[in-house]
Ligand binder design. Structure first.
Ligand SMILES: [Zn+2]
Length: 677
């Protein structure tokens, strides 16, 4: 299906006013100003908590948290895909919905993409050749040997080596006739801050090509051969690659036509599994499992069940709970898809690679066979998490977890399985537990609060630790210079949708791709910052309201999805007008924040801003949050530098000291501004 032109989306959002669209399904019981209230069509309730704002052209339910624009509403209520919902509304409001398939621009894009794919295939051949023949690659070869990657395996997976020296790949590709634009769009290079130079992203690394379902190389993962972090770097999303839509080794696994697909954590796990005879194994690519990855599994030949292996450490197990919650949600949305999800556990807390090496394939086959269904896993998990070494059960917490897990699913059988063991253990009637599950299920917010208390809070701390340890370079050099360049946003009155070069001041944002759970965790303060910026809207880039350097930029966010969202926001931003919130909801609906649809999370945070009648008060709140976020980031950076200071000497030491001074100055400047709010 072709792309629907932006102008058509704008026209639909303009003509399909939210009151009449929603009015087909909801009768409004109360009206005050531009606000309408009624019973929510998405969850059962007796008192109306479903709101429509006719001025902003959006809806929001405070019971179940659903919110969005007219298109989202139709998608939800009619169970339609995005383009289907657009066509549905087009038909109802007499707007012709064409597709941009055949036009010249699309043809040009296709040609460019084909070139980029060819470039990536050439790069793969280059890396393989380096791996086999270059003296520089001896470390890579001995690493591969140590991990028992024989010649055949290396060939099958296209294992390669990216030379450590700068410029080698670039000149190889230039000789082959590729342009710098094509190189930029390949995801193999990073672009200098000034945008005029490109550098190889992967250097001195063992390379794993990532292929699409048809076996075309579309990206790479690169493993460091030394001890420095990050251990793995993955290609960023590019002209030909979206990590959320792909699975590592899927092109091989799908040929198995097995009824089971196995999902493990890393490249090396996949390779070990294939070697041991489990060619039906794939890995997610440095993200939490997404709904499109699940759909990819469902579309695979005879696939009936997907068996997941999660790391057995605390972080891995927390991630497992989050992933299960999301997958249950995806499955609910994908009606008609009968995919069984199972969770398997490698005994002894090992990863699959290690286990197979020690115990062989047959033992591993038994591990796969003993995988539990989601309901069984959750029932047992609730018990294991709350029982101590002496077998004493914390009954209150156990019951809480049971009810929470049961509330994720609306499947009666699943609820029954989760509740029945608990009913026996707690000597409590089954329907009492099941009723509590149902009660929680209809209250997203209470459930989120429980989830937060249950584990997300802990995960956040772990994440922060990780960020500190890995020496984050989120804050680019010069960020805290007094002459900070303003963030670039669309030129005044740039036509909507015209793309603006990405000039975000992050010179090497590789760790966006490697921090696995980062797109999961959005800090509440940063969500609030986003909400305040969006509420300011046209005032955000109004010089008389906000100083240039106080305009929020992607670098202010640590969460990848918030970064991406603010970039997209500025892409469609028009000075003097801002961006219509209904239009931006459309953008947000591509993203997930903390396991929930981004538009739900952001709209909820934006309602906090609605209470400020005076835009100057809103502005001051915005600034206060911005300063707090920036100060926090500086403190993390400072901690890093101080740690580096203790192990550095001579020139390096001087550099760090001068950087620390700059940070100090910058912090004082912010504090000074803060005190003037
Ligand atoms: Zn609702």
């Amino acid at each position: 299906m072709g792309r629907i032109p932006e102008r058509v989306i704008d026209e639909i959002l303009d003509k399909a006013d939210i009151e009449s669209v929603v009015g087909h399904y909801v009768s409004f019981t109360k009206r005050s100003g531009s606000n309408l209230k009624g019973l929510c069509p998405f969850h059962s309730e007796k008192t109306p908590s479903f709101n429509v704002n006719t001025q902003k052209n959006i809806y929001k339910c405070f019971g179940c948290g659903k919110g969005g624009n007219a298109i989202n509403f139709i998608m939800n209520i009619e169970s339609l895909s995005y383009p289907e919902a657009v066509k549905f509304l087009g038909a109802r409001y007499g707007i012709d919905v064409p597709e941009e398939d055949s036009d010249y621009r699309e043809a040009g894009i296709k040609q460019h993409k084909d070139r980029v794919k060819k470039l990536l295939a050439d790069a793969e051949a280059f890396y393989i050749d380096e791996f086999r023949n270059s003296p520089d690659a001896s470390k890579a070869r001995s690493y591969a040997e140590g991990r028992q990657l024989d010649k055949e395996t290396c060939e099958k997976f296209g294992i390669g080596y990216a030379p450590a020296e700068w410029g080698v790949l670039k000149s190889f590709l230039a000789k082959k006739g590729y342009t710098e634009d094509e190189m930029k769009d390949s995801g193999l290079f990073t672009v200098s801050r000034e945008g005029d130079k490109i550098f190889e992203l992967f250097r001195g690394r063992l390379m794993f090509p990532i292929k699409d379902a048809f076996g075309n190389t579309i990206a790479f993962g690169g493993r460091n051969l030394g001890s420095e972090l990050p251990k793995y770097i993955n290609s960023p999303d590019s002209a030909v690659y979206k990590k959320q839509d792909n699975l590592y080794a899927y092109n091989i696994a799908k040929k198995e036509r097995s009824k089971t697909l196995i999902v493990v954590e890393g490249y090396m796990d996949v390779i070990a599994m294939h070697k041991a005879g489990f060619s039906n194994t794939v890995a997610a690519l440095g993200t939490a499992f997404t709904d499109s990855q699940l759909r990819l599994c469902a579309r695979t030949g005879n696939c009936e069940e997907v068996v997941f292996f999660f790391d057995s450490d605390a972080a891995g197990q927390n991630a497992a709970l989050r992933a299960i919650q999301m997958m249950i949600k995806y499955l609910r949305r994908m009606s008609g898809m009968s995919l069984i999800i199972k969770i398997a556990k490698v005994p002894g807390g090992k990863d699959p690679d290690e286990f197979i090496r020690q115990n062989g394939s047959e033992a591993f086959a038994r591990v796969v066979d003993s995988a539990q269904t989601v309901a069984e896993y959750l029932a047992q998990r609730a018990y294991n998490d709350n029982v101590d070494d002496k077998g004493k059960l914390d009954t209150a917490r156990y019951l809480n977890d049971i009810c929470l897990y049961g509330s994720w699913s609306d499947d009666e059988i699943a609820r029954d399985i989760i509740a029945s063991e608990a009913s026996k253990k707690l000597d409590m009637r089954l329907e009492v537990i099941i009723n509590r599950m149902a009660g929680l299920a209809s209250n997203d917010r209470e459930r989120e609060a429980m989830m937060e208390a249950r584990g997300l809070g802990r995960m956040k701390e772990g994440e922060l630790d990780h960020r500190r340890k890995s020496g984050s370079d989120e804050m680019p050099q010069g960020y805290y210079d007094s002459q900070v360049p303003p963030p670039e946003y669309a030129a005044p009155n740039a036509p909507q949708g015209e793309s603006v070069p990405n000039t975000d001041p992050l010179p090497f944002n590789v760790d966006e791709q490697t921090r696995i759970s980062q797109d999961e965790i959005a800090d509440p303060l940063q969500i609030s910052l986003m909400a305040h910026a969006l509420s300011l809207n046209e005032l955000l880039c109004d010089k008389s309201m906000v100083d240039k350097e106080d305009i929020v930029r992607a670098g202010d966010f640590t969460c990848v999805n918030l970064k991406k969202m603010i970039r997209e926001y500025y892409e469609i931003y028009t000075v003097g007008q801002g961006v219509s919130i209904a239009r931006f909801i459309d953008v947000m609906s591509k993203y997930v924040l903390n396991g929930r649809p981004a538009e739900d999370v952001i709209l909820e945070a934006m309602t906090q801003c609605d209470k400020y009648q005076d835009s100057r008060v809103l502005r001051d709140m915005y600034l206060a949050i911005l300063y707090k976020v920036r100060l926090e980031a500086m403190t993390i950076k400072e901690d890093d530098l101080v740690r580096q200071l203790s192990v550095s000497t001579g020139e390096d030491k001087d550099k760090i000291i001068s950087e620390l001074k700059k940070i100090d100055l910058y912090k004082n400047k912010i504090k000074d501004k803060e005190s003037r709010i």
